[in-house]
Design a binder for this molecule. Sequence first.
Ligand SMILES: [Zn+2]
Length: 425
Amino acid sequence: MYQWIYKQGVKHRNPLLPAAESFLQESDTWSRAELEAYQLEKLQALVSWAYKYSPHYRTKLDESNVHPRQIQTLADLQRIPPITKQTLLEENEAIHATADFKQLLFSETSGSTGSPLTFQRNLEWDARHRAAIHRGYSWYDIQPWDRNGYFWGYNLDVKKHWKLKIMDKLVNRFRIFSYEKDEIQTFIKRLERADYLEGYSSMIYHVARKIEQENISINTKLKMIKGTSEKIFDAYQPTVEKVFGRKMISEYGAAETGIIAFECPEGNMHTTMENVIVEVIDGEILVTNLFSHSFPIIRYALGDYVELDTETACACGREHTIVTSVMGRIGKEIIGEKESYPSLTLYYIFKNIVMDSGDAIRYQVLQHRKGHLEFRVEQKLKPAVQKRLEAEIRKYFAQDMVYDIREGLAFHRDGGKLKDFVSFI
Ligand SMILES: [Zn+2]
Protein backbone atom coordinates (compact mmCIF):
# COMPACT_ATOMS: atom_id res chain seq x y z
CA MET A 1 0.00 0.00 0.00
CA TYR A 2 2.78 2.44 0.90
CA GLN A 3 4.36 1.76 -2.45
CA TRP A 4 1.12 2.73 -4.17
CA ILE A 5 0.72 5.92 -2.13
CA TYR A 6 4.33 6.74 -2.85
CA LYS A 7 3.91 6.30 -6.59
CA GLN A 8 0.78 8.45 -6.66
CA GLY A 9 2.69 11.12 -4.78
CA VAL A 10 5.52 11.05 -7.31
CA LYS A 11 3.15 11.35 -10.26
CA HIS A 12 1.59 14.35 -8.64
CA ARG A 13 4.72 16.05 -7.40
CA ASN A 14 7.45 15.25 -9.86
CA PRO A 15 6.84 12.99 -12.86
CA LEU A 16 10.54 13.20 -13.82
CA LEU A 17 11.66 11.22 -10.79
CA PRO A 18 11.41 7.65 -12.14
CA ALA A 19 13.60 8.48 -15.16
CA ALA A 20 16.16 10.20 -12.94
CA GLU A 21 16.23 7.13 -10.69
CA SER A 22 16.80 4.71 -13.52
CA PHE A 23 19.51 6.92 -14.92
CA LEU A 24 21.41 7.08 -11.64
CA GLN A 25 21.14 3.32 -11.21
CA GLU A 26 22.76 2.86 -14.59
CA SER A 27 25.53 5.42 -14.07
CA ASP A 28 26.29 3.96 -10.62
CA THR A 29 28.72 1.54 -12.30
CA TRP A 30 30.24 4.00 -14.77
CA SER A 31 33.99 4.45 -14.99
CA ARG A 32 35.59 7.67 -13.92
CA ALA A 33 36.22 8.64 -17.54
CA GLU A 34 32.55 8.12 -18.39
CA LEU A 35 31.47 10.16 -15.40
CA GLU A 36 33.79 13.02 -16.28
CA ALA A 37 32.74 13.04 -19.93
CA TYR A 38 29.14 13.26 -18.77
CA GLN A 39 29.98 16.09 -16.35
CA LEU A 40 31.65 18.10 -19.09
CA GLU A 41 28.67 17.72 -21.39
CA LYS A 42 26.24 18.86 -18.67
CA LEU A 43 28.55 21.66 -17.59
CA GLN A 44 28.74 23.07 -21.11
CA ALA A 45 24.96 22.96 -21.36
CA LEU A 46 24.56 24.69 -17.97
CA VAL A 47 27.05 27.48 -18.69
CA SER A 48 25.49 28.16 -22.11
CA TRP A 49 22.08 28.19 -20.53
CA ALA A 50 23.14 30.55 -17.75
CA TYR A 51 24.77 32.88 -20.26
CA LYS A 52 21.62 32.96 -22.31
CA TYR A 53 18.94 33.17 -19.62
CA SER A 54 20.45 34.45 -16.37
CA PRO A 55 21.14 38.21 -16.41
CA HIS A 56 23.53 37.85 -13.49
CA TYR A 57 25.68 35.20 -15.16
CA ARG A 58 25.59 36.98 -18.51
CA THR A 59 27.17 40.06 -16.91
CA LYS A 60 29.56 38.03 -14.79
CA LEU A 61 30.83 35.91 -17.70
CA ASP A 62 31.22 38.96 -19.91
CA GLU A 63 33.13 40.77 -17.18
CA SER A 64 35.46 37.82 -16.68
CA ASN A 65 35.93 37.42 -20.42
CA VAL A 66 34.57 33.89 -20.47
CA HIS A 67 32.34 32.75 -23.27
CA PRO A 68 30.48 29.43 -22.88
CA ARG A 69 32.35 28.14 -25.96
CA GLN A 70 35.60 28.39 -23.98
CA ILE A 71 34.51 25.69 -21.55
CA GLN A 72 36.31 22.85 -23.30
CA THR A 73 37.48 20.80 -20.31
CA LEU A 74 36.37 20.42 -16.71
CA ALA A 75 39.38 22.50 -15.65
CA ASP A 76 38.02 25.43 -17.69
CA LEU A 77 35.31 25.76 -15.07
CA GLN A 78 37.95 27.53 -12.93
CA ARG A 79 37.78 30.52 -15.27
CA ILE A 80 34.37 31.37 -13.83
CA PRO A 81 34.51 33.24 -10.50
CA PRO A 82 32.95 31.46 -7.50
CA ILE A 83 29.61 32.59 -6.12
CA THR A 84 28.68 33.00 -2.45
CA LYS A 85 25.47 32.84 -0.49
CA GLN A 86 25.58 36.59 -0.14
CA THR A 87 25.46 36.95 -3.93
CA LEU A 88 22.62 34.42 -4.15
CA LEU A 89 20.70 36.67 -1.76
CA GLU A 90 21.62 40.04 -3.20
CA GLU A 91 21.36 39.12 -6.87
CA ASN A 92 18.52 36.70 -6.37
CA GLU A 93 16.26 38.01 -9.08
CA ALA A 94 19.03 38.52 -11.64
CA ILE A 95 20.31 34.97 -11.10
CA HIS A 96 16.91 33.39 -11.78
CA ALA A 97 16.61 32.35 -15.43
CA THR A 98 14.18 34.32 -17.53
CA ALA A 99 13.15 31.26 -19.55
CA ASP A 100 9.64 29.82 -19.25
CA PHE A 101 9.33 26.71 -17.14
CA LYS A 102 6.13 24.69 -17.11
CA GLN A 103 6.46 24.12 -13.41
CA LEU A 104 8.79 25.29 -10.67
CA LEU A 105 9.17 24.30 -7.05
CA PHE A 106 9.64 27.00 -4.46
CA SER A 107 12.54 26.45 -2.05
CA GLU A 108 13.53 28.19 1.10
CA THR A 109 16.60 27.50 3.16
CA SER A 110 16.45 28.19 6.84
CA GLY A 111 19.61 30.09 7.55
CA SER A 112 20.30 30.30 11.25
CA THR A 113 21.42 33.89 10.77
CA GLY A 114 20.28 36.56 8.35
CA SER A 115 17.47 36.37 5.86
CA PRO A 116 16.47 33.01 4.39
CA LEU A 117 17.48 32.24 0.83
CA THR A 118 14.57 31.58 -1.49
CA PHE A 119 14.71 30.27 -5.05
CA GLN A 120 12.79 28.33 -7.67
CA ARG A 121 13.86 24.84 -8.70
CA ASN A 122 13.07 23.25 -12.05
CA LEU A 123 11.66 19.74 -11.95
CA GLU A 124 14.79 18.03 -13.20
CA TRP A 125 16.84 19.62 -10.42
CA ASP A 126 14.41 18.27 -7.85
CA ALA A 127 14.21 14.85 -9.55
CA ARG A 128 17.99 14.44 -9.62
CA HIS A 129 18.26 15.44 -5.97
CA ARG A 130 15.64 12.93 -4.84
CA ALA A 131 16.99 10.23 -7.13
CA ALA A 132 20.44 10.67 -5.58
CA ILE A 133 18.99 10.05 -2.12
CA HIS A 134 17.06 7.04 -3.37
CA ARG A 135 20.14 5.59 -5.02
CA GLY A 136 21.92 5.88 -1.68
CA TYR A 137 19.01 4.04 -0.03
CA SER A 138 19.22 1.30 -2.65
CA TRP A 139 22.82 0.63 -1.58
CA TYR A 140 21.29 -0.52 1.72
CA ASP A 141 18.42 -2.40 0.10
CA ILE A 142 15.90 0.23 1.09
CA GLN A 143 12.93 1.48 -0.95
CA PRO A 144 11.76 5.08 -0.50
CA TRP A 145 8.42 3.88 0.87
CA ASP A 146 9.91 1.58 3.52
CA ARG A 147 9.02 2.22 7.14
CA ASN A 148 11.27 4.70 8.89
CA GLY A 149 11.82 6.49 12.16
CA TYR A 150 12.56 10.17 11.97
CA PHE A 151 14.46 12.41 14.38
CA TRP A 152 13.57 15.92 13.47
CA GLY A 153 12.18 19.10 14.90
CA TYR A 154 11.17 17.69 18.25
CA ASN A 155 10.51 21.16 19.60
CA LEU A 156 7.88 21.92 16.98
CA ASP A 157 4.75 23.84 17.66
CA VAL A 158 2.28 21.40 19.19
CA LYS A 159 -0.57 22.68 17.02
CA LYS A 160 1.21 21.46 13.94
CA HIS A 161 1.48 17.93 15.26
CA TRP A 162 -1.67 16.54 13.69
CA LYS A 163 -0.68 17.77 10.23
CA LEU A 164 2.73 16.19 10.59
CA LYS A 165 1.19 13.00 11.82
CA ILE A 166 -1.01 12.66 8.74
CA MET A 167 1.92 13.46 6.49
CA ASP A 168 4.10 10.96 8.34
CA LYS A 169 1.45 8.27 8.01
CA LEU A 170 1.32 8.75 4.26
CA VAL A 171 5.07 8.34 3.85
CA ASN A 172 5.29 5.46 6.33
CA ARG A 173 7.28 7.45 8.82
CA PHE A 174 7.04 8.00 12.55
CA ARG A 175 8.98 10.45 14.62
CA ILE A 176 9.97 11.33 18.11
CA PHE A 177 8.88 14.63 19.60
CA SER A 178 10.64 14.65 22.93
CA TYR A 179 13.26 12.87 24.98
CA GLU A 180 10.77 11.77 27.66
CA LYS A 181 11.22 8.17 28.66
CA ASP A 182 7.64 7.23 27.64
CA GLU A 183 8.09 8.78 24.24
CA ILE A 184 11.37 6.96 23.74
CA GLN A 185 9.71 3.67 24.76
CA THR A 186 6.93 4.15 22.19
CA PHE A 187 9.45 5.10 19.55
CA ILE A 188 11.58 2.02 20.20
CA LYS A 189 8.52 -0.21 20.00
CA ARG A 190 7.77 1.22 16.57
CA LEU A 191 11.39 0.86 15.53
CA GLU A 192 11.02 -2.91 15.74
CA ARG A 193 9.15 -2.86 12.47
CA ALA A 194 11.21 -0.13 10.80
CA ASP A 195 13.76 -0.54 8.02
CA TYR A 196 15.73 2.61 8.62
CA LEU A 197 16.23 5.61 10.83
CA GLU A 198 17.19 9.13 9.90
CA GLY A 199 17.58 12.61 11.32
CA TYR A 200 19.87 15.02 13.12
CA SER A 201 22.91 13.02 14.15
CA SER A 202 23.07 14.61 17.61
CA MET A 203 19.48 13.54 18.29
CA ILE A 204 20.06 9.97 17.14
CA TYR A 205 23.05 9.85 19.43
CA HIS A 206 21.22 11.47 22.32
CA VAL A 207 18.42 8.91 22.18
CA ALA A 208 20.90 6.05 21.82
CA ARG A 209 22.66 7.23 24.96
CA LYS A 210 19.44 7.52 26.86
CA ILE A 211 18.51 3.96 25.87
CA GLU A 212 21.94 2.78 26.97
CA GLN A 213 21.91 4.63 30.29
CA GLU A 214 18.41 3.60 31.26
CA ASN A 215 18.96 0.06 30.11
CA ILE A 216 15.85 0.07 27.94
CA SER A 217 15.57 -3.13 25.95
CA ILE A 218 15.49 -2.73 22.23
CA ASN A 219 15.11 -5.08 19.29
CA THR A 220 15.58 -3.65 15.81
CA LYS A 221 16.56 -4.84 12.36
CA LEU A 222 17.55 -1.52 10.86
CA LYS A 223 19.25 -1.63 7.47
CA MET A 224 20.48 1.95 7.61
CA ILE A 225 20.86 4.80 10.09
CA LYS A 226 21.38 8.08 8.33
CA GLY A 227 22.61 11.20 10.08
CA THR A 228 21.98 14.50 8.32
CA SER A 229 22.50 18.23 8.66
CA GLU A 230 25.08 18.06 11.39
CA LYS A 231 28.60 16.82 11.86
CA ILE A 232 28.68 13.14 12.82
CA PHE A 233 31.21 12.90 15.61
CA ASP A 234 33.34 9.74 15.73
CA ALA A 235 32.39 9.63 19.38
CA TYR A 236 28.75 8.92 18.45
CA GLN A 237 29.47 5.68 16.67
CA PRO A 238 30.23 3.17 19.46
CA THR A 239 27.01 4.00 21.31
CA VAL A 240 24.86 4.15 18.18
CA GLU A 241 26.23 0.83 16.97
CA LYS A 242 25.78 -0.81 20.35
CA VAL A 243 22.18 0.35 20.74
CA PHE A 244 20.84 0.27 17.18
CA GLY A 245 23.11 -2.39 15.74
CA ARG A 246 24.72 -0.29 13.02
CA LYS A 247 26.90 2.74 12.75
CA MET A 248 25.50 6.00 11.47
CA ILE A 249 26.17 6.81 7.84
CA SER A 250 26.21 10.28 6.38
CA GLU A 251 24.55 12.11 3.56
CA TYR A 252 26.04 15.42 2.57
CA GLY A 253 24.23 18.14 0.69
CA ALA A 254 22.36 21.41 0.78
CA ALA A 255 19.17 22.77 -0.74
CA GLU A 256 21.11 24.88 -3.23
CA THR A 257 23.34 22.04 -4.40
CA GLY A 258 21.23 18.94 -3.91
CA ILE A 259 22.89 15.79 -2.60
CA ILE A 260 26.65 16.15 -2.91
CA ALA A 261 27.71 12.81 -1.46
CA PHE A 262 26.28 9.66 0.10
CA GLU A 263 28.14 7.11 2.19
CA CYS A 264 28.42 3.63 0.70
CA PRO A 265 28.35 0.41 2.74
CA GLU A 266 32.17 0.38 2.67
CA GLY A 267 32.16 3.64 4.62
CA ASN A 268 33.19 6.03 1.86
CA MET A 269 31.19 9.10 0.90
CA HIS A 270 30.90 9.08 -2.89
CA THR A 271 30.10 12.33 -4.63
CA THR A 272 27.08 12.34 -6.92
CA MET A 273 29.25 13.15 -9.92
CA GLU A 274 26.28 12.88 -12.29
CA ASN A 275 24.58 15.84 -10.56
CA VAL A 276 27.34 18.02 -9.20
CA ILE A 277 30.92 19.06 -9.86
CA VAL A 278 32.85 19.39 -6.62
CA GLU A 279 36.08 21.40 -6.40
CA VAL A 280 38.18 22.11 -3.35
CA ILE A 281 40.13 25.37 -3.34
CA ASP A 282 42.26 26.13 -0.26
CA GLY A 283 40.30 23.53 1.65
CA GLU A 284 36.94 25.08 0.79
CA ILE A 285 34.31 23.27 -1.21
CA LEU A 286 32.85 24.78 -4.40
CA VAL A 287 29.83 23.06 -5.89
CA THR A 288 28.31 23.34 -9.34
CA ASN A 289 24.81 21.93 -9.57
CA LEU A 290 24.56 20.62 -13.13
CA PHE A 291 20.75 20.70 -13.25
CA SER A 292 20.12 24.08 -11.66
CA HIS A 293 18.65 25.69 -14.76
CA SER A 294 16.03 27.82 -13.06
CA PHE A 295 18.56 29.31 -10.63
CA PRO A 296 22.07 28.44 -11.83
CA ILE A 297 24.46 27.40 -9.06
CA ILE A 298 27.95 27.52 -10.55
CA ARG A 299 31.02 27.23 -8.30
CA TYR A 300 29.06 27.89 -5.17
CA ALA A 301 31.10 28.38 -2.01
CA LEU A 302 28.92 26.36 0.31
CA GLY A 303 30.95 27.27 3.38
CA ASP A 304 32.42 23.92 4.40
CA TYR A 305 35.98 22.72 4.66
CA VAL A 306 36.26 19.31 3.00
CA GLU A 307 38.88 16.86 1.77
CA LEU A 308 38.55 14.88 -1.44
CA ASP A 309 40.16 11.65 -2.58
CA THR A 310 40.22 10.93 -6.29
CA GLU A 311 42.82 8.15 -6.07
CA THR A 312 41.49 5.46 -3.75
CA ALA A 313 39.56 2.64 -5.37
CA CYS A 314 36.64 1.89 -3.06
CA ALA A 315 35.93 -1.76 -2.34
CA CYS A 316 32.31 -1.16 -3.42
CA GLY A 317 33.56 -0.65 -6.97
CA ARG A 318 32.16 2.84 -7.49
CA GLU A 319 34.58 5.22 -9.14
CA HIS A 320 32.86 8.39 -7.96
CA THR A 321 35.20 10.77 -6.13
CA ILE A 322 35.29 10.25 -2.37
CA VAL A 323 34.77 13.01 0.17
CA THR A 324 37.13 11.84 2.91
CA SER A 325 35.88 14.33 5.44
CA VAL A 326 33.63 17.30 5.95
CA MET A 327 35.76 19.06 8.50
CA GLY A 328 33.45 21.85 9.52
CA ARG A 329 31.75 25.07 8.64
CA ILE A 330 33.75 28.03 7.53
CA GLY A 331 32.36 30.36 10.06
CA LYS A 332 33.53 32.69 12.68
CA GLU A 333 37.21 32.71 13.44
CA ILE A 334 38.71 31.90 16.79
CA ILE A 335 40.16 35.09 18.24
CA GLY A 336 43.31 34.92 20.34
CA GLU A 337 44.91 37.77 22.23
CA LYS A 338 47.16 38.55 19.28
CA GLU A 339 46.05 36.46 16.33
CA SER A 340 43.01 34.78 14.88
CA TYR A 341 42.67 31.14 13.87
CA PRO A 342 40.29 29.22 11.60
CA SER A 343 37.69 27.21 13.50
CA LEU A 344 39.08 24.20 11.63
CA THR A 345 41.92 24.23 14.20
CA LEU A 346 39.55 22.49 16.61
CA TYR A 347 38.98 19.71 14.13
CA TYR A 348 42.72 19.02 14.07
CA ILE A 349 43.10 19.16 17.83
CA PHE A 350 40.50 16.44 18.36
CA LYS A 351 41.50 14.49 15.28
CA ASN A 352 45.07 14.25 16.59
CA ILE A 353 43.80 12.82 19.87
CA VAL A 354 41.72 10.18 18.10
CA MET A 355 44.56 9.24 15.75
CA ASP A 356 46.94 8.92 18.65
CA SER A 357 45.01 7.31 21.44
CA GLY A 358 41.77 6.18 19.84
CA ASP A 359 39.81 8.35 22.25
CA ALA A 360 36.96 9.98 20.35
CA ILE A 361 35.73 12.96 22.30
CA ARG A 362 32.39 14.58 21.79
CA TYR A 363 33.04 18.28 22.15
CA GLN A 364 31.85 21.77 21.62
CA VAL A 365 33.97 24.87 21.92
CA LEU A 366 32.52 28.22 22.89
CA GLN A 367 34.19 31.59 22.69
CA HIS A 368 32.73 34.28 24.92
CA ARG A 369 35.63 36.69 24.79
CA LYS A 370 38.89 37.39 23.02
CA GLY A 371 41.81 35.12 23.99
CA HIS A 372 39.64 32.60 25.82
CA LEU A 373 38.01 29.31 24.85
CA GLU A 374 35.62 27.09 26.75
CA PHE A 375 35.96 23.42 25.80
CA ARG A 376 32.84 21.46 26.67
CA VAL A 377 33.30 17.73 26.58
CA GLU A 378 30.59 15.23 27.19
CA GLN A 379 32.44 12.48 28.97
CA LYS A 380 34.73 12.49 31.95
CA LEU A 381 38.22 12.59 30.48
CA LYS A 382 40.85 10.12 31.58
CA PRO A 383 43.85 11.99 33.06
CA ALA A 384 46.05 10.99 30.10
CA VAL A 385 43.47 12.26 27.61
CA GLN A 386 43.02 15.50 29.54
CA LYS A 387 46.79 16.02 29.42
CA ARG A 388 46.86 15.25 25.74
CA LEU A 389 44.06 17.72 25.05
CA GLU A 390 45.90 20.44 26.95
CA ALA A 391 49.06 19.72 25.00
CA GLU A 392 47.17 19.94 21.72
CA ILE A 393 45.58 23.25 22.69
CA ARG A 394 49.00 24.68 23.53
CA LYS A 395 50.43 23.30 20.31
CA TYR A 396 48.01 25.31 18.17
CA PHE A 397 47.41 28.41 20.26
CA ALA A 398 50.65 28.61 22.28
CA GLN A 399 50.42 31.52 24.75
CA ASP A 400 47.75 33.29 22.75
CA MET A 401 44.78 31.60 24.41
CA VAL A 402 43.59 30.71 27.88
CA TYR A 403 41.03 27.97 28.19
CA ASP A 404 38.70 26.01 30.44
CA ILE A 405 37.88 22.36 29.94
CA ARG A 406 34.45 21.59 31.34
CA GLU A 407 33.03 18.10 31.55
CA GLY A 408 29.42 17.01 31.48
CA LEU A 409 27.86 20.34 30.49
CA ALA A 410 24.99 20.56 28.01
CA PHE A 411 25.95 21.76 24.54
CA HIS A 412 24.74 25.05 23.17
CA ARG A 413 22.20 24.79 20.35
CA ASP A 414 21.82 27.40 17.68
CA GLY A 415 18.43 27.20 15.97
CA GLY A 416 18.16 23.49 16.82
CA LYS A 417 21.43 22.63 15.13
CA LEU A 418 24.50 21.58 16.98
CA LYS A 419 27.75 23.26 15.99
CA ASP A 420 31.22 22.29 17.11
CA PHE A 421 32.29 25.91 17.48
CA VAL A 422 30.11 28.77 18.66
CA SER A 423 31.41 32.30 18.94
CA PHE A 424 29.57 34.97 20.89
CA ILE A 425 32.04 37.69 19.91
ZN1 LIG B 1 32.25 2.84 -1.97
